[in-house]
Design a binder for this molecule. Structure first.
Ligand SMILES: C[S@@+](CC[C@H](N)C(=O)[O-])C[C@H]1O[C@@H](n2cnc3c(N)ncnc32)[C@H](O)[C@@H]1O
Length: 250
């Protein structure tokens, strides 16, 4: 069941990623600013990026974060994503900007990269919801990260699928439940795809049980993404919309 779902989701992403090609020039200009990392990401990753790490970005998408990671100190970034469209658009952008970013098209997990190749594994902004098996994901993260290296996740808060996009008041969608395991995406960009739901407790537990030490967990009111033209009341600062997790391989 989950293999069929992953295959169907991949087709949805292959098509949704054409946006990265259609909006190539806009994204290139955005990438050039190097502002894709949020203030919280820059603060939490600052000391790590200063050490010029090799970064593996799981589910790298349009790759704008990769350009920003390099601008803030990363020596190089290897992005992995199963959308060949996303990977080639990100690679073209990085080449045009002269960034040390390389891309691999592959279905995760596992990443087709050697053990302990990353000082920092970076992921998020709509990534974990596409992983049907978070235990396998965490096991692969630990395999990739060197001893003393870090995992950083900046992700939508697991409460987010429950929020309506009403603009006048915050409300919880009656058709969604925090403890459900999945739901069907009914908004852009991955409309129709099955998204898995992982509670904050489940995310922390898989990371710890895989052998990483959690150093910091922050919850933030700001969403990492706002649908164009919508100003949902749920994004007005009253509710958690994102979280950041920093963990280290002992
Ligand atoms: C919402 S995007 C987030 C990507 C990136 N963080 C960004 O901001 O562009 C999710 C990405 O995950 C990729 N993806 C989903 N499931 C995957 C899988 N099993 N293996 C590899 N990539 C996957 C999709 O192709 C898509 O580019």
């Amino acid at each position: 069941m989950s293999e069929d779902t992953v295959r169907a989701n991949r087709a949805v992403w292959e098509s949704a990623s054409r946006k990265h090609v259609r909006e190539y020039e806009t994204l290139l200009a955005e990438a050039r600013t190097g502002l894709a990392l949020t203030a919280a990401e820059r603060e939490m990753l600052g000391p790590i990026l200063q050490r010029r790490p090799t970064v593996v970005h799981l589910q790298s998408g349009h790759g704008l974060d990769d350009v920003a990671l390099v601008k803030f100190g990363a020596a190089r970034v290897i992005g992995v994503d199963y959308s060949t469209v996303a990977v080639s658009a990100a690679a073209r952008r990085a080449d045009e900007l002269g960034m040390p970013c390389a891309y691999v098209a592959a279905q995760l997990p596992p990443a087709p990269l050697r053990d302990s190749c990353a000082d920092l594994v970076y992921t998020g902004k709509g990534a974990l919801i596409w992983m049907p098996d978070l235990v396998a994901w965490a096991r692969d993260v630990v395999r990739l990260v060197t001893r003393g290296g870090h995992l950083f996740v900046h992700e939508a808060h697991p409460m987010v699928p429950l929020y309506s996009w009403d603009t006048d008041r915050t409300s919880i969608r009656p058709d969604r439940r925090y403890f459900d395991h999945a739901h069907v995406n009914d908004s852009f960009p991955a409309h129709g795809a099955v998204e898995w739901q992982w509670t904050l407790g489940e995310v922390i537990t898989v990371v710890v049980q895989a052998g990483l030490r959690v150093l910091e967990l922050r919850e933030h009111p700001e969403p990492f993404w706002r649908a164009g033209g919508i100003d949902a009341a749920a994004w007005n600062g009253h509710l958690p919309n994102t979280f950041s997790l920093l963990a280290q391989r002992p």
